[in-house]
Design a protein around this ligand. Structure first.
Ligand SMILES: Nc1ncnc2c1ncn2[C@@H]1O[C@H](COP(=O)(O)OP(=O)(O)OP(=O)(O)O)[C@@H](O)[C@H]1O
Length: 243
């Protein structure tokens, strides 16, 4: 592990049930500042891997270092803090808070995590929310309940919420699966542009880990990793296989 690695997994073994290995990864290293596309078919363990990286799931063995932190050395609340303050997450269904406005949704990581708030170079969180919203062309909706926005607009709220306060690692879990091809391309271009802006503005190295089953998106990234190629799984044969 060097300090320039955003993600490093070694000899990781994770099982949901005692007698079947869900995910085994001998080595996965992603250097800081890389934009990485991770693909694998349904059931290959993409969500499980993201949960391990973000400290939601703890593997039974092996080591996981994220932005220089050994997750094994952190308590559950330490992992929560790392996840909220140093990782920006774009979920497949966005996970926006329906009873908050657009501005409140974008500002949420800064309200919950002082590290995100303190990294903002704008005068206030509100001015940073406004700047990002202008950049993402959702500024006329800032005071609207987030549920009144179109799907495409909600995706842009999710991007703004993930990158506000410059987390070192941005994880996107299949956020384009509901979009048609043109919109998918536009979303990826916008996500890349906004991350490039953030890097320029903060002189930081933001790492992007984008996960999808759709290999055609790979050309938007610096590198592409096949989960099937790096992982081992040993599930017991099902009763149907034995019959
Ligand atoms: N909570 C759980 N308990 C037991 N098994 C689980 C659980 N969550 C996932 N699995 C199993 O672990 C394996 C990997 O699932 P995972 O959701 O990580 O795959 P995925 O690649 O993200 O799939 P998809 O693209 O369909 O979302 C699957 O065989 C799944 O059935």
């Amino acid at each position: 592990m060097t300090y320039d690695d955003a993600i490093q997994l070694r000899d990781v073994r994770f099982s949901y049930k005692p007698d079947s290995l869900t995910l085994g990864i001998d080595e996965l290293t992603i250097a800081s500042g890389r934009r990485v596309f991770l693909h694998g078919p349904s059931g290959s363990g993409k969500t499980t891997l993201l949960s391990i990286i973000s400290g939601v799931l703890t593997p039974q063995s092996g080591s996981v270092h994220i932005v220089g932190q050994d997750l094994k050395k952190l308590s559950a609340s330490g992992r929560d803090t790392l996840r909220g303050s140093r990782i920006g997450y774009i979920f497949q269904g966005f996970n926006l808070i329906p009873y908050l406005t657009v501005a409140e949704n974008i500002a949420l990581p800064c309200q919950l995590h002082p590290i995100r708030r303190n990294r903002i170079s704008a005068a206030t969180v509100n001015s940073e929310v406004a700047r990002l919203a202008r950049r993402l062309e959702i500024h006329t909706h800032l005071d609207a309940p987030v549920t009144e926005l179109s799907t495409g607009q909600q995706q842009r709220v999710a991007i703004a919420r993930a990158i506000i306060g410059s987390p070192e690692l941005v994880i996107a879990d299949e956020p384009t699966s509901s979009l048609d091809t043109d919109r998918r391309e536009a979303f990826l271009d916008l996500l890349n542009e906004v991350i490039t802006d953030a890097i320029r503005q903060d002189n930081s190295k933001t790492t992007l880990l984008f996960v999808s089953h759709d290999r055609s998106l790979a050309n938007h990234f610096d590198e592409s990793i096949s989960l099937e190629e790096i992982a081992t799984t040993h599930r017991p044969e099902s009763k149907h296989d034995l019959a």
